[in-house]
Write a protein that binds this ligand. Structure first.
Ligand code: TXA
Ligand code: MG
Length: 347
Protein backbone atom coordinates (compact mmCIF):
# COMPACT_ATOMS: atom_id res chain seq x y z
CA UNK A 1 0.00 0.00 0.00
CA UNK A 2 2.84 2.39 0.77
CA UNK A 3 4.95 2.84 -2.36
CA UNK A 4 8.70 2.95 -1.78
CA UNK A 5 10.83 5.11 -4.07
CA UNK A 6 14.58 4.73 -3.77
CA UNK A 7 16.32 7.95 -4.74
CA UNK A 8 20.04 8.68 -4.79
CA UNK A 9 20.49 11.83 -2.69
CA UNK A 10 23.60 12.73 -4.68
CA UNK A 11 21.60 12.87 -7.92
CA UNK A 12 17.84 12.81 -7.31
CA UNK A 13 16.09 11.18 -10.28
CA UNK A 14 13.78 13.76 -11.86
CA UNK A 15 11.08 11.30 -12.93
CA UNK A 16 10.83 9.76 -9.47
CA UNK A 17 10.72 13.17 -7.81
CA UNK A 18 7.95 14.23 -10.20
CA UNK A 19 5.93 11.15 -9.23
CA UNK A 20 6.25 12.00 -5.54
CA UNK A 21 5.42 15.65 -6.21
CA UNK A 22 2.22 14.59 -8.01
CA UNK A 23 1.12 12.56 -5.00
CA UNK A 24 1.63 15.61 -2.77
CA UNK A 25 -0.13 18.00 -5.15
CA UNK A 26 -3.15 15.73 -5.28
CA UNK A 27 -3.50 15.57 -1.49
CA UNK A 28 -1.52 12.42 -0.65
CA UNK A 29 1.06 11.76 2.08
CA UNK A 30 4.72 11.35 1.16
CA UNK A 31 7.53 10.70 3.65
CA UNK A 32 10.86 12.14 2.53
CA UNK A 33 14.35 12.66 3.91
CA UNK A 34 15.48 16.02 5.22
CA UNK A 35 18.94 16.72 6.64
CA UNK A 36 17.53 16.34 10.19
CA UNK A 37 15.01 13.47 10.18
CA UNK A 38 12.45 12.05 7.73
CA UNK A 39 9.35 14.22 7.38
CA UNK A 40 5.78 13.18 6.59
CA UNK A 41 4.70 15.66 3.94
CA UNK A 42 1.33 16.93 2.77
CA UNK A 43 0.16 19.95 0.74
CA UNK A 44 0.22 22.65 3.44
CA UNK A 45 -2.69 24.62 1.95
CA UNK A 46 -4.95 21.55 1.52
CA UNK A 47 -6.84 21.10 4.81
CA UNK A 48 -7.93 17.54 4.10
CA UNK A 49 -4.39 16.49 3.24
CA UNK A 50 -3.06 18.09 6.43
CA UNK A 51 -5.71 16.29 8.52
CA UNK A 52 -4.47 13.01 7.06
CA UNK A 53 -1.04 13.66 8.60
CA UNK A 54 -2.57 13.75 12.07
CA UNK A 55 -4.56 10.56 11.42
CA UNK A 56 -1.55 8.66 10.08
CA UNK A 57 0.66 9.64 13.01
CA UNK A 58 -1.95 9.46 15.74
CA UNK A 59 -0.86 12.99 16.58
CA UNK A 60 -3.11 15.31 18.62
CA UNK A 61 -4.52 18.09 16.45
CA UNK A 62 -3.37 20.63 19.07
CA UNK A 63 0.24 20.10 17.98
CA UNK A 64 1.16 22.45 15.09
CA UNK A 65 3.20 21.46 12.02
CA UNK A 66 6.25 22.96 10.33
CA UNK A 67 5.72 24.27 6.80
CA UNK A 68 8.64 23.54 4.47
CA UNK A 69 9.29 25.85 1.54
CA UNK A 70 11.87 25.91 -1.25
CA UNK A 71 12.85 29.56 -1.14
CA UNK A 72 12.60 32.72 0.96
CA UNK A 73 10.31 34.35 -1.59
CA UNK A 74 7.56 31.90 -0.58
CA UNK A 75 7.58 33.30 2.95
CA UNK A 76 5.52 36.38 2.12
CA UNK A 77 2.43 34.29 1.29
CA UNK A 78 2.58 32.45 4.62
CA UNK A 79 3.49 35.12 7.18
CA UNK A 80 1.85 38.44 8.00
CA UNK A 81 5.09 40.28 8.53
CA UNK A 82 8.78 39.68 8.18
CA UNK A 83 11.74 41.66 9.49
CA UNK A 84 15.42 42.41 9.05
CA UNK A 85 16.08 39.73 11.70
CA UNK A 86 14.22 37.12 9.67
CA UNK A 87 16.16 38.11 6.56
CA UNK A 88 19.49 37.89 8.37
CA UNK A 89 18.66 34.49 9.88
CA UNK A 90 17.43 33.20 6.54
CA UNK A 91 20.57 34.40 4.76
CA UNK A 92 22.82 32.75 7.34
CA UNK A 93 21.02 29.49 8.16
CA UNK A 94 18.67 28.60 5.26
CA UNK A 95 18.57 26.15 3.71
CA UNK A 96 19.26 24.26 6.94
CA UNK A 97 18.03 22.86 10.27
CA UNK A 98 16.41 26.03 11.61
CA UNK A 99 12.64 26.54 11.95
CA UNK A 100 11.30 30.06 12.50
CA UNK A 101 7.99 30.70 14.26
CA UNK A 102 6.45 33.85 12.74
CA UNK A 103 3.07 35.62 12.71
CA UNK A 104 0.94 33.69 10.23
CA UNK A 105 -0.97 34.96 7.23
CA UNK A 106 -4.66 34.02 6.85
CA UNK A 107 -3.67 31.74 3.94
CA UNK A 108 -2.30 29.12 6.35
CA UNK A 109 -5.01 26.66 7.44
CA UNK A 110 -5.80 26.28 11.14
CA UNK A 111 -5.09 22.57 10.72
CA UNK A 112 -1.41 23.44 10.20
CA UNK A 113 -1.02 25.91 13.06
CA UNK A 114 -3.41 24.24 15.52
CA UNK A 115 -5.27 27.54 15.58
CA UNK A 116 -2.23 29.54 16.74
CA UNK A 117 -1.59 33.02 15.34
CA UNK A 118 1.88 31.89 14.32
CA UNK A 119 3.29 29.50 11.73
CA UNK A 120 6.55 27.53 11.85
CA UNK A 121 8.58 27.59 8.63
CA UNK A 122 11.83 26.16 7.40
CA UNK A 123 13.81 25.64 4.19
CA UNK A 124 15.47 22.23 4.39
CA UNK A 125 18.88 21.64 2.81
CA UNK A 126 18.62 17.94 1.93
CA UNK A 127 18.88 17.55 -1.88
CA UNK A 128 15.86 15.22 -2.03
CA UNK A 129 13.71 17.60 0.04
CA UNK A 130 14.80 20.52 -2.13
CA UNK A 131 14.10 18.66 -5.37
CA UNK A 132 10.67 17.67 -4.06
CA UNK A 133 9.80 21.23 -3.01
CA UNK A 134 10.93 22.51 -6.41
CA UNK A 135 8.93 19.93 -8.34
CA UNK A 136 5.77 20.20 -6.23
CA UNK A 137 5.91 24.01 -6.17
CA UNK A 138 3.70 24.07 -3.05
CA UNK A 139 4.49 24.59 0.63
CA UNK A 140 4.78 21.19 2.32
CA UNK A 141 3.61 20.69 5.91
CA UNK A 142 5.72 17.95 7.49
CA UNK A 143 6.17 16.69 11.01
CA UNK A 144 8.67 13.94 11.68
CA UNK A 145 7.47 10.74 9.96
CA UNK A 146 7.02 8.63 13.10
CA UNK A 147 4.03 7.53 15.14
CA UNK A 148 3.30 10.12 17.83
CA UNK A 149 5.76 9.97 20.76
CA UNK A 150 8.11 7.45 19.06
CA UNK A 151 11.71 8.41 18.17
CA UNK A 152 11.93 10.39 14.93
CA UNK A 153 12.95 8.36 11.86
CA UNK A 154 16.46 8.80 10.51
CA UNK A 155 16.08 6.06 7.86
CA UNK A 156 13.28 5.05 5.50
CA UNK A 157 13.06 1.70 7.32
CA UNK A 158 12.09 3.58 10.50
CA UNK A 159 9.28 5.33 8.62
CA UNK A 160 7.95 1.98 7.37
CA UNK A 161 8.24 0.47 10.86
CA UNK A 162 5.74 3.09 12.10
CA UNK A 163 3.66 4.09 9.06
CA UNK A 164 3.66 1.28 6.45
CA UNK A 165 0.16 1.08 4.99
CA UNK A 166 -0.86 4.40 6.57
CA UNK A 167 0.77 6.71 4.01
CA UNK A 168 0.93 6.79 0.20
CA UNK A 169 4.66 6.86 -0.37
CA UNK A 170 8.08 6.95 1.24
CA UNK A 171 11.17 8.23 -0.53
CA UNK A 172 14.21 6.29 0.62
CA UNK A 173 17.11 8.67 0.28
CA UNK A 174 19.37 6.91 2.77
CA UNK A 175 20.15 7.91 6.35
CA UNK A 176 19.63 11.54 7.36
CA UNK A 177 22.65 13.63 8.28
CA UNK A 178 21.99 15.58 11.48
CA UNK A 179 19.82 12.99 13.21
CA UNK A 180 17.89 15.27 15.57
CA UNK A 181 15.06 17.63 14.62
CA UNK A 182 15.57 21.25 13.61
CA UNK A 183 16.09 24.08 16.06
CA UNK A 184 12.73 25.82 16.60
CA UNK A 185 13.17 29.56 17.18
CA UNK A 186 10.12 31.63 18.12
CA UNK A 187 10.38 35.16 16.71
CA UNK A 188 6.78 36.13 17.41
CA UNK A 189 7.43 37.58 20.87
CA UNK A 190 9.68 40.34 22.20
CA UNK A 191 12.74 38.16 22.72
CA UNK A 192 13.74 35.40 20.28
CA UNK A 193 13.19 32.12 22.12
CA UNK A 194 14.50 28.64 21.37
CA UNK A 195 11.55 26.27 21.79
CA UNK A 196 13.55 23.22 20.73
CA UNK A 197 17.37 23.02 20.55
CA UNK A 198 18.94 21.56 17.42
CA UNK A 199 21.93 21.72 15.10
CA UNK A 200 21.67 25.48 14.68
CA UNK A 201 22.95 26.12 18.15
CA UNK A 202 22.39 28.99 20.52
CA UNK A 203 26.01 30.05 19.96
CA UNK A 204 25.39 30.18 16.20
CA UNK A 205 22.17 32.17 16.66
CA UNK A 206 24.05 34.61 18.89
CA UNK A 207 26.16 35.60 15.88
CA UNK A 208 23.04 37.33 14.56
CA UNK A 209 20.84 37.76 17.62
CA UNK A 210 22.57 39.25 20.66
CA UNK A 211 19.78 38.00 22.91
CA UNK A 212 18.23 34.54 22.64
CA UNK A 213 16.21 32.89 25.38
CA UNK A 214 16.05 29.15 25.82
CA UNK A 215 12.83 27.75 27.07
CA UNK A 216 13.61 24.64 29.02
CA UNK A 217 10.34 24.05 30.78
CA UNK A 218 6.70 23.76 29.82
CA UNK A 219 4.62 26.86 30.40
CA UNK A 220 1.35 26.65 32.29
CA UNK A 221 -1.35 25.94 29.71
CA UNK A 222 -5.10 26.28 29.67
CA UNK A 223 -6.60 22.91 28.85
CA UNK A 224 -7.44 22.65 25.15
CA UNK A 225 -5.10 25.48 24.25
CA UNK A 226 -2.61 24.55 21.53
CA UNK A 227 0.78 23.64 22.92
CA UNK A 228 3.57 25.96 21.84
CA UNK A 229 5.87 23.07 21.11
CA UNK A 230 5.44 19.37 21.75
CA UNK A 231 9.12 19.26 22.42
CA UNK A 232 7.75 20.62 25.67
CA UNK A 233 5.83 17.46 26.44
CA UNK A 234 7.66 15.39 28.98
CA UNK A 235 7.31 12.04 27.27
CA UNK A 236 8.41 12.28 23.66
CA UNK A 237 10.92 10.68 21.32
CA UNK A 238 10.57 7.48 23.34
CA UNK A 239 11.49 3.91 22.54
CA UNK A 240 9.05 1.19 23.68
CA UNK A 241 11.37 -0.13 26.36
CA UNK A 242 11.51 2.25 29.35
CA UNK A 243 14.65 4.38 29.09
CA UNK A 244 16.72 5.57 32.05
CA UNK A 245 19.26 8.38 31.66
CA UNK A 246 22.41 8.39 33.85
CA UNK A 247 23.93 11.80 34.54
CA UNK A 248 27.09 12.85 36.33
CA UNK A 249 30.76 11.93 36.48
CA UNK A 250 31.64 9.58 33.59
CA UNK A 251 33.25 6.80 35.63
CA UNK A 252 30.47 6.89 38.24
CA UNK A 253 27.91 6.68 35.42
CA UNK A 254 29.57 3.63 33.88
CA UNK A 255 29.84 1.91 37.27
CA UNK A 256 26.19 2.57 38.13
CA UNK A 257 24.91 1.48 34.70
CA UNK A 258 26.96 -1.72 34.88
CA UNK A 259 25.57 -2.48 38.32
CA UNK A 260 21.97 -1.70 37.28
CA UNK A 261 22.30 -3.87 34.16
CA UNK A 262 23.48 -6.72 36.44
CA UNK A 263 20.48 -6.25 38.74
CA UNK A 264 18.11 -6.25 35.75
CA UNK A 265 19.69 -9.47 34.44
CA UNK A 266 19.36 -11.03 37.88
CA UNK A 267 15.63 -10.22 37.73
CA UNK A 268 15.26 -11.74 34.27
CA UNK A 269 15.23 -8.46 32.35
CA UNK A 270 17.56 -7.73 29.44
CA UNK A 271 19.09 -4.26 29.57
CA UNK A 272 20.20 -2.50 26.39
CA UNK A 273 23.00 -0.01 26.91
CA UNK A 274 23.62 3.16 24.89
CA UNK A 275 27.26 4.18 25.26
CA UNK A 276 30.13 6.11 23.74
CA UNK A 277 32.83 4.28 21.78
CA UNK A 278 35.35 4.42 24.58
CA UNK A 279 33.05 3.37 27.47
CA UNK A 280 34.16 0.06 29.01
CA UNK A 281 30.84 -1.79 28.67
CA UNK A 282 30.76 -5.38 27.50
CA UNK A 283 27.89 -7.60 26.45
CA UNK A 284 25.48 -8.26 23.65
CA UNK A 285 23.14 -5.29 23.83
CA UNK A 286 25.59 -2.38 23.86
CA UNK A 287 25.05 0.22 21.12
CA UNK A 288 27.81 2.79 20.64
CA UNK A 289 27.06 6.27 19.34
CA UNK A 290 30.60 7.43 18.58
CA UNK A 291 33.35 9.19 20.54
CA UNK A 292 31.83 10.83 23.62
CA UNK A 293 33.12 14.24 22.56
CA UNK A 294 31.86 13.99 18.95
CA UNK A 295 28.30 15.17 19.46
CA UNK A 296 27.52 15.42 15.75
CA UNK A 297 28.12 11.69 15.38
CA UNK A 298 26.27 10.95 18.62
CA UNK A 299 23.23 12.95 17.40
CA UNK A 300 23.23 11.28 14.00
CA UNK A 301 23.08 7.79 15.53
CA UNK A 302 20.87 8.41 18.56
CA UNK A 303 17.37 7.59 17.28
CA UNK A 304 18.52 4.59 15.24
CA UNK A 305 20.18 3.22 18.40
CA UNK A 306 16.93 3.48 20.37
CA UNK A 307 14.96 1.80 17.59
CA UNK A 308 17.60 -0.93 17.15
CA UNK A 309 17.49 -1.77 20.85
CA UNK A 310 13.69 -1.91 20.74
CA UNK A 311 13.89 -4.24 17.74
CA UNK A 312 16.35 -6.50 19.55
CA UNK A 313 13.71 -7.00 22.27
CA UNK A 314 15.46 -5.53 25.30
CA UNK A 315 13.24 -4.88 28.33
CA UNK A 316 14.89 -1.68 29.49
CA UNK A 317 17.34 0.82 27.98
CA UNK A 318 20.11 2.49 30.01
CA UNK A 319 21.74 5.54 28.44
CA UNK A 320 24.79 7.48 29.52
CA UNK A 321 24.54 11.24 29.21
CA UNK A 322 26.76 13.28 26.92
CA UNK A 323 28.26 16.74 27.54
CA UNK A 324 25.22 19.03 27.58
CA UNK A 325 26.70 22.46 28.20
CA UNK A 326 26.97 23.79 24.65
CA UNK A 327 26.49 23.25 20.93
CA UNK A 328 24.65 20.12 19.84
CA UNK A 329 24.97 18.79 23.38
CA UNK A 330 21.86 20.74 24.33
CA UNK A 331 19.82 19.04 21.62
CA UNK A 332 21.08 15.55 22.44
CA UNK A 333 20.47 16.06 26.15
CA UNK A 334 17.01 17.53 25.55
CA UNK A 335 15.91 14.48 23.50
CA UNK A 336 17.40 12.02 25.99
CA UNK A 337 15.78 13.75 28.95
CA UNK A 338 12.39 13.60 27.24
CA UNK A 339 12.84 10.00 26.16
CA UNK A 340 13.61 9.21 29.81
CA UNK A 341 10.31 10.84 30.87
CA UNK A 342 11.61 11.53 34.37
CA UNK A 343 13.69 8.36 34.86
CA UNK A 344 16.99 10.16 35.49
CA UNK A 345 19.68 8.78 37.80
CA UNK A 346 22.21 11.27 39.18
CA UNK A 347 25.55 9.55 39.79
O1 TXA B 1 13.72 18.80 11.66
C1 TXA B 1 12.51 18.99 11.74
O2 TXA B 1 12.02 20.01 12.25
C2 TXA B 1 11.58 17.89 11.19
C3 TXA B 1 11.76 17.83 9.69
C4 TXA B 1 10.81 16.87 9.04
O3 TXA B 1 11.62 19.12 9.17
N1 TXA B 1 10.23 18.14 11.55
C5 TXA B 1 9.79 18.01 12.82
O4 TXA B 1 8.43 18.27 12.95
O5 TXA B 1 10.49 17.69 13.75
P1 TXA B 1 7.61 17.95 14.29
O6 TXA B 1 6.19 18.21 13.94
O7 TXA B 1 7.96 16.61 14.75
O8 TXA B 1 8.06 19.05 15.27
C6 TXA B 1 7.66 20.40 15.02
C7 TXA B 1 7.92 21.26 16.19
C8 TXA B 1 7.03 20.89 17.32
O9 TXA B 1 7.76 21.03 18.53
C9 TXA B 1 5.90 21.92 17.17
O10 TXA B 1 5.18 22.15 18.36
C10 TXA B 1 6.69 23.12 16.78
O11 TXA B 1 7.64 22.62 15.87
N2 TXA B 1 5.81 24.08 16.14
C11 TXA B 1 5.17 23.99 14.97
N3 TXA B 1 4.43 25.08 14.73
C12 TXA B 1 4.61 25.90 15.78
C13 TXA B 1 4.11 27.18 16.13
N4 TXA B 1 3.27 27.85 15.34
N5 TXA B 1 4.51 27.70 17.30
C14 TXA B 1 5.38 27.03 18.10
N6 TXA B 1 5.88 25.81 17.83
C15 TXA B 1 5.49 25.25 16.68
MG1 MG C 1 8.12 14.93 15.82
Amino acid sequence: MTAILIIDPEAPDAAAITRAAEVLRSGGLVAFPTETVYGLGAHALDRAAVRRIFEAKGRPSTDPLIVHVGSVTELSALVSRTSATVEALAARFWPGPLTLVLPRSPAVPDEVTAGLETVAIRIPSHPVARALLDAAAIPIAAPSANLFSRPSPTRAAHVLEDLDGRIDMVIDGGPTIVGVESTVLDLSGNVPTILRPGAVTREMLNEILPRVMWRAGAPARESGEAMRSPGLLDKHYSPRAPLTLYEGDASAVVARMTEDARVHAHNGRTAGIVAADDDPFTGEHVVRLGPGSDLATVASRLYAALRDLDASGVDVILVRSFPADAGLGLAVHDRLRRAAAGRIVHC
